[in-house]
Design a protein around this ligand. Structure first.
Ligand code: HEC
Ligand code: HEC
Length: 554
C-alpha cells in the first residue's frame, strides 16, 4: 500500500515554499516553460503544485516500485523543465520479418525496462531481438490544452491518400483511452512518438506501470520481466493495484495528470511577424508543424483550458519519416510513421528527434541536422530540400524563428532568467528607438508597437527575477528610473547614482583616490564618466567633489 499521507505532507510543504511563484505577471506576460497556465483558480494551482512535487518524488520499493522499471519517478526523465522533455532515452525491441515488426515471443510490449528490484528479476533484451531502438523522452507541454484540441481539428489536417499530391499525407491515429468505456468512440491520438495515446490520464497510467512498475486502477497488472510472471511475484510483494487514493480521493496517476494538464504552453517571443516564419510556411514546414488550434468550448473544461487559441506547431498526425523510421509498429501506427512533434519550446531541446540523433553543438547545428534528416524518402523530403536551397541569410532567418519558440519576453541571453544582463540589453534597445520582429530588440517589444518604451519597461519590472528596489524613495522602481533616464547609472550597476554612498568613487572600488582623479582629468571638458553631478560636462565642480571626498568611502 502506498503511504500517501506522508507524501502529501511533504507535498504541502513544497507547496508553501512555491506559493509566491508567478502571480503578478499573470496575463500581461507569457508564462515561462514549466510554469502553470495563466488563469487557474487557487484550487487548480494547488493541484498543479502537489502534482508537480509527486511527479519528481521517487516511489519506494515498499510502495510498489518495480519489479522492473526504467526509473523511480517521472521527473528523472521529463526534466527539462520538470514535466517537459529530457535527454534520457528508453529502449524498445522486437522482431522484424520482411519489414513487419512483431513483439518478441512471450513479451506483451516492446518497451525494455533497464532496472529491477533485484538481479533475479532483471529484464534483458534478448540477443536475437532483430529490432533494438532507442526512443527519447518527449513532451508536448501544455498537456491540458493539447488534450482539449477537438478531434475534428486534428482530422481536418489529415490527407491520408495525399489527394492534393504534395507528397505530404498525414494520418490520424485513432485510439481508445484506457479510462473510456470499451464501446466509446475512438479519439484522435496525440501523445507519444506514435500518437498512440489521446489523453493525459491514459499516458500517466501507462507510464506509471511501464516506466516505474507502479500498477494503478487503469493498468492493474504488473509488467513481468521478459514475460515471466513467476519471477515478478518474487520481486514485488505489494498487492496490485499499488496506486491507491489519498484522503482527497486522488490516486498518484490523477495527481501527476493534474500537474501535466495545468502546464502552460511555452512562450514565443516575438509573438508574430518574423521573416523566418514566412519562410517556414513557404518551404512547407507548416504542412506538418501546423501553427494554430483552438481548444474545445466544452463547458466541462476549466476556464484556463476552454476555447484557448494555441500555437503548438504540430498537426499531431502520423507521417512516413523515411530513412529515420524506427521500424516499430504501435497500434495503427506503422513501422515507418512518427507523429509530428510540437515545436513550441524547441529552442531548449537537446537532443532532438525520436532517436536523439540531432544532439549537441549549437542550436543552429541541431535544428539544421534535424531538418536534413526529414529527407530523403520521408514525407518531409520536399520541405527539407527547399530549406537546403534557401540562401544562407534566409536559412538563418528560419532558424532564428525556431529560436523564438520557447524564449521568454526580455530574455535576451536566453538563459531563462530575467536579470541585470537582460536589463542592460533593454537599455540599449530603448536608446535604439524603432524595432521590428526580426530585430534583436523585438525580445523586449512586448506589445509589438515598434519601439521599446515605457510600457515595455513596466512589464520588464514585472518580469525581473530579482528584488525590485526603490532606493531613492520616489515610488518608482529604480530599474524604471534608470531605463527611462529619470536617474543616472554612470557605473552600470543597476543602482541609481544618487543612491550611491560615495558619488566621488567614480571607479567604484570603494575608495576615492588617484584613480577617480585621473578619470575626471582624462574626461576633462567632456561628458560621461567623471561627470559626477550630471550637468553634462566634466569640470571643476566634479573635481571639487572628488577632492572633498578623498579617502575611504563611508
Ligand atoms: C525512463 C524515462 C521515463 C520515465 C521515468 C517517464 N517517462 Fe514519460 N516518456 C518517456 C519517453 C521515452 C516517452 C516517449 C514515449 C514513446 O512515445 O515512445 C515519454 C512520453 C510521455 C508522455 C507523452 C508526451 C507527449 O506529449 O507525447 C507523457 C504524458 C508522459 N511520458 C508522462 C509520464 C509520467 C506521468 C511519468 C511518471 C508516471 C513518466 N512519463 C515517466 C520517458 C519516461
Ligand atoms: C511531412 C511532415 C513534416 C514536415 C513537412 C516537416 N516536419 Fe519537422 N518533423 C516531422 C516529424 C514526423 C518529426 C519527428 C521525426 C522523428 O523524430 O523521427 C519532425 C521533427 C522535427 C524537428 C525535431 C523536433 C524534436 O522535438 O525532436 C524539428 C526541429 C523540425 N521537425 C523542424 C522542421 C522544419 C524547420 C521543417 C521545414 C523545413 C519541417 N520540420 C518539416 C514532420 C515534418
Amino acid at each position: 500500500m502506498r503511504t500517501v499521507p506522508t507524501l502529501l505532507v511533504t507535498a504541502s510543504a513544497a507547496l508553501l515554499a512555491l506559493a509566491s511563484h508567478a502571480g503578478a505577471t499573470d496575463s500581461a506576460l507569457q508564462a515561462k516553460m514549466g510554469e502553470p497556465l495563466h488563469g487557474l483558480t487557487t484550487v487548480q494551482r494547488d493541484r498543479f503544485q502537489i502534482g508537480r512535487t509527486l511527479f519528481s518524488m521517487p516511489i519506494p520499493i515498499e510502495d510498489g516500485l518495480g519489479p522492473i522499471m526504467n526509473k523511480s519517478n517521472c521527473g528523472s526523465c521529463h526534466s527539462n523543465p520538470i514535466g517537459g522533455w529530457g535527454a534520457i532515452s528508453v529502449t524498445r525491441f522486437g522482431i522484424e520479418k520482411k519489414g513487419v515488426f512483431s513483439l518478441y515471443p512471450g513479451e506483451s510490449q516492446s518497451l525494455a525496462q533497464s532496472l529491477a528490484n533485484s538481479s533475479f528479476c532483471a529484464e534483458v533484451v534478448p540477443a536475437d531481438a532483430t529490432v533494438v531502438r532507442t526512443r527519447l523522452t518527449n513532451s508536448s507541454m501544455a498537456f491540458g490544452l493539447v488534450e482539449a484540441i477537438p478531434d475534428v481539428q486534428i482530422a481536418a489536417h489529415a490527407d491520408e491518400l495525399d489527394v492534393d499530391g504534395d507528397g505530404v499525407s498525414g494520418r490520424v491515429h485513432w485510439v481508445r483511452p484506457l479510462e473510456a468505456a470499451p464501446t466509446s468512440p475512438l479519439r484522435a491520438g496525440r501523445f507519444g512518438w506514435k500518437a498512440q495515446v489521446a489523453t493525459v490520464l491514459t499516458f500517466s497510467s501507462d507510464a506509471s506501470r511501464n516506466e516505474m512498475g507502479f500498477t494503478n486502477r487503469l493498468t492493474p497488472d504488473e509488467n513481468p520481466p521478459n514475460g515471466d510472471f513467476a519471477r515478478s511475484a518474487v520481486c514485488d510483494a505489494v498487492s496490485d493495484p499499488e496506486d491507491t487514493n489519498d484522503a482527497d480521493g486522488f490516486a498518484f496517476i490523477d495527481r501527476v495528470t493534474h500537474f501535466q494538464r495545468y502546464l502552460a504552453p511555452p512562450p514565443q517571443t516575438p509573438r508574430s511577424g518574423m521573416t523566418g516564419e514566412t519562410l517556414f510556411n513557404q518551404v512547407g514546414c507548416v504542412k506538418c508543424h501546423s501553427a494554430s488550434f483552438t481548444t474545445s468550448s466544452d463547458a466541462l473544461l476549466e476556464n484556463a483550458i476552454r476555447s484557448q487559441s494555441i500555437r503548438p506547431y504540430s498537426d499531431f498526425l502520423l507521417h512516413d519519416v523515411g530513412l529515420i523510421a524506427d521500424g516499430i509498429s504501435d497500434g495503427d501506427a506503422t513501422e515507418a510513421e512518427m507523429r509530428t512533434p510540437t515545436l513550441w519550446g524547441v529552442r531548449t531541446r537537446d537532443p532532438m528527434l525520436h532517436d536523439g540523433s540531432a544532439a549537441g553543438g549549437s542550436f543552429t547545428a541541431r535544428v539544421t541536422l534535424a531538418i536534413a534528416k526529414h529527407g530523403p524518402y520521408g514525407e518531409g523530403a520536399a520541405s527539407s530540400a527547399a530549406f537546403a536551397l534557401l540562401s544562407p541569410s534566409n536559412q538563418a532567418h528560419l532558424v532564428k524563428f525556431l529560436n523564438s519558440l520557447g524564449r521568454a519576453e526580455f530574455d535576451f541571453d536566453g538563459d531563462g532568467i530575467i536579470d541585470i544582463l537582460d536589463f542592460f540589453a533593454l537599455r540599449v534597445c530603448i536608446a535604439q528607438g524603432t524595432t521590428n520582429a526580426d530585430n534583436e530588440c523585438a525580445i523586449a517589444d512586448v506589445n509589438q508597437d515598434g519601439s521599446v518604451n515605457a510600457t515595455d519597461v513596466d512589464l520588464f519590472v514585472l518580469a525581473f527575477n530579482g528584488d525590485i528596489l526603490d532606493c531613492n524613495n520616489n515610488s518608482v522602481a529604480d530599474l524604471r528610473d534608470i531605463a527611462l533616464g529619470t536617474s543616472q547609472d554612470a557605473n552600470d550597476d543597476g543602482v541609481p547614482d544618487e543612491c550611491m554612498a560615495c558619488p566621488a568613487d567614480v571607479s567604484g572600488d570603494g575608495t576615492v583616490n588617484g584613480v577617480d582623479l585621473s578619470i575626471v582629468l582624462a574626461n576633462w571638458a567632456g561628458s560621461g564618466a567623471g561627470d559626477i553631478d550630471h550637468d553634462g560636462i566634466v569640470n571643476g565642480a566634479d573635481l571639487a567633489v572628488v577632492l572633498a571626498g578623498w579617502g575611504l568611502c563611508q
